[in-house]
Design a protein around this ligand. Structure first.
Ligand SMILES: *Cc1c(COP(=O)(O)O)cnc(C)c1O
Length: 366
């Protein structure tokens, strides 16, 4: 029996997600040490010490199944966000919530609308369901064009993603615009607002999206512990939304999706407001520094509300050349941004190392 004849065509056609290159892999390939990774939007300060401690303490209970309902974490999150616990669904990363949305609402042949370039998982989960991706170009400033996004909705649209701030551009939309967009969206569309980076946003009118949830049934906001909370390796994300919608996702998820160490660490990370504040501070300073220094090198840099910057620093060639300097950034050729890289804000010394490496590249090219 030829497997290729029975595999579902939508699965065979999938292009797997391309993760940032791991530090260990680069060091092995080049035979070097001390490489730095500014490629996956991780927290450069590491995890909160309180989260680490809670994770250690939870290890001794690893022979038990975790609490399948993540009771404590969910209750803690609900009070943090000002919602009811049954409005929250936890996932192994926000990525799992994307999968659950598709699993619950998208059938083969349906349409899923999202801006492009945006998060690479949207096409993957859409394709996996045999559904059709409807991609709407960002505007000239690489910001979501909400008018065009609204116009792309048809009777076949089941799900619409808005990534705010947007990955990989760092750009964002404000409360006024988003509010008007949400009000105009037809009720047959499930709306998922992906706020993986919202804790970094600095614009004063950044939407307080969770407060709107009750006003628009069929909406969900996605958040993660992978970015500002520094727990990417433990895989915890969540969706906050309309209780009916959350109830369907709860039915679709695996019963023990969040492991016990992750539950304990996430709860402690939420409580460590000092670590979150320090992360935000290091990030804001890093944005100022990198924007100034890259522009001084003649490199175009976009305004960002996230923990990375989009820079027109040269595409694949710059990426490859930086690798040889022991600096990992993210090339964006797969997003149609052939001359750009995405640079995660690092520690001050890491940012300086990147700037020095880019300066060297410029001098070589001159
Ligand atoms: C990182 C990221 C996520 C999810 O990350 P998880 O690690 O799966 O929680 C979701 N959306 C965007 C836009 C991201 O950049």
């Amino acid at each position: 029996m030829a497997l290729e004849q029975i595999v579902k065509p939508e699965i065979a056609a999938l292009e797997p997600y391309q993760p940032g290159k791991p530090i260990e892999e680069l060091e092995r390939e080049l035979g070097i040490e001390g490489a730095i990774k500014l490629a996956s939007n991780e927290n450069p300060l590491g995890p909160s010490p309180r989260a680490l401690e809670a994770a250690h303490a939870a290890l001794s209970g690893m022979h038990r199944y975790p609490d399948g309902g993540s009771f404590r974490l969910r209750r803690r999150l609900a009070s943090h966000l000002g919602v009811e616990p049954h409005q929250i669904v936890l996932g192994t990363g926000a990525d799992e919530i994307l999968e659950l949305l598709v699993k619950a609402f998208v059938r083969s042949g349906d349409e899923v609308v999202y801006a492009w370039p945006s998060f690479a998982m949207y096409p993957i989960v859409t394709q996996g369901a045999g559904a059709k991706s409807v991609r709407v170009a960002l505007d000239a400033g690489l910001v979501h064009d909400l008018t065009k996004l609204r116009a792309a909705v048809t009777p076949r649209t089941r799900l619409l993603f808005v990534c705010n701030p947007n990955n990989p551009t760092g750009t964002s939309v404000g409360a006024g615009e988003l509010d008007a967009f949400v009000k105009a969206l037809p009720s047959h569309v499930v709306l998922a607002i992906d706020e993986a980076y919202c804790e970094f946003a600095r614009r004063p009118d950044f939407p307080r999206t969770i407060e709107w949830i009750a006003r628009r049934p069929g909406s969900i906001v996605l958040r993660t512990f992978s970015k500002i909370y520094g727990l990417a390796g433990l895989r915890v994300g969540y969706g906050v939304g309309d209780a009916e919608l959350v109830g369907y996702l709860e039915r679709a998820r695996h019963p023990f999706n969040i492991n016990s160490v992750a539950q304990a660490a996430a709860e402690a990370a939420l409580d460590d407001v000092a670590h979150v504040a320090a992360t935000r501070r290091v990030n804001a300073q890093g944005i100022e520094y990198l924007t100034r220094e890259l522009r001084a090198l003649g490199i175009e840099v976009w305004p960002t509300d996230a923990n990375f910057v989009l820079a027109r620093a040269g595409g694949r060639a710059t990426y490859e050349r930086l690798l040889r300097e022991g600096v990992i950034v993210r090339p964006l050729g797969g997003f149609g941004l052939d001359e750009h890289v995405r640079i995660t804000i690092g520690l001050p010394e890491e940012n300086e190392r990147l700037v020095k490496a880019l300066r060297r590249l410029r001098q070589e090219a001159a």
